[in-house]
Each structure stands twice: as structure tokens, then as C-alpha cells.
Design a protein around this ligand. Sequence first.
Ligand SMILES: [Fe+2]
Length: 242
Amino acid sequence: MKSSVIYEGKHHKWVVFGRDESKPEKIVDTNQYLICTDTESMLLDPGGIELFSPMLTGILGYTDLNKLTTLFASHQDPDIISSLGLWDKTIPKAKLYAPLLWEGSIRHFGMENIKFMAIKDEGGEVKLGSNTFRLIPAHYLHSAGNFNLYDPEAKILMSGNIGGAQEKGDVPMFVEDFGKHVAYMEYFHRRWMPSNRAKMNWIARVKELEINIMAPQHGRIFKDEDVQEFLAWFEKLDVGCA
Ligand SMILES: [Fe+2]
């Protein structure tokens, strides 16, 4: 499992984990994000059960386990949160922020100890140390109940499946040539995202945010002008069709 710091501020830092060389071939590669403050840490889209041990080892390089107080699941899929049953035994006092819509499904991954913090459809906030993060609705992109997490200080939007790419191998963490990157994103967005109306609602919502980094759950991360390139490309793309 590779990791790198993508933001380091006064109060907190962001770390991405991915490009897991130990994962079985037919398992999709995913990005997991860790936000560390001095007092607490939060893991975003913690990943599948298969990734639990490399993730645990990776995280310990950046934070103490007793500081890992918070998990966030953008939606209910197994590559997002099927590791929950193992986290439940490892950090039993933690909280999980996840869509209310999916509580009944997510609990099937095993959750006896961790506290479920239901995110209502309209979104909300997560506090961590002295930081406050916004939970931005991204419903139907692709999941029916789906959220992004926005960090107003770092200006990072963790965008879940939006911006995801299916590029194989040990590729760089950041997009380097947007034009070339489109080839790895197009089918995924057309086939997985079911609604042009939901897409336009989301674009209008995130255009109000200042975004320096857009961090998806699959593939490379967008920064600076590539974020605006993505929004313009996504706006034109007809989704909900293969
Ligand atoms: Fe998903």
C-alpha cells in the first residue's frame, strides 16, 4: 500500500493511501484518505475487508490508533466500507458518519461497537479537532444516498466515485494530462452515474466551493485547473447510458 501526504496545513494534514500492490488482481484499486489533526484522525472511505491489514499498517505510520476517532463512508458499497466489521473490533469507541439511507445495509458489514452517525439527505458537518468539514450531497453519483466531504481550510473536495478512473497499475497519484486522463474516466461515469439531472445539481453545488484538490475514491487526484477541467468535461458528458 502506497501513501503520500497531499496537504499539510497549520492544523491538519491529508494523506492518501492506494496503489495497493498486495491486492488480488480482480479487486478494484481504491484510494483511502486519512485526515490527521493533533488530537484526532478521521479515515474517509476506509476500504474493503481485503485492505484492512495493509490500511491498518499504513495508518500507524501517521497516527496513533487511539486518535482514530472517526470514519466516514460516502456510500454503502463493499469497496468503501466492507472493512467495517474489523474496524469495529479495532477502534470500538469510534464514530461512523454515513448516509442515513444506507444504515440498514451498512450494518450488515458488522457494527456492534462503533456509533452510527446518520447523515440526512441534506448533508451536514463533521468536527475533528479544531476543524469542521462539510458533508455535501452527491446523491445518485453513483449511489442513491451519497456524500462528498469538503475541507474549507485545505480547499479539498473528497469526491467519492465522482472523478473516479479505471487506470491499471502503479500510476502517479495526480492527473498530469487531463486530455489523456479522460479515456480512463469516460465509461465509468457514463455507466455508473445514472442521472444527468443529479449530475447538474451536484455541479451547481460544488461550483460554489473553492476547490484546490478534488480527491476521488478511484484513480488519480485532480488539482488546480484540472478540477475546473473535470467540472466542464462532466457537465457535457451524457450519463446514465453505456
Ligand atoms: Fe460505489
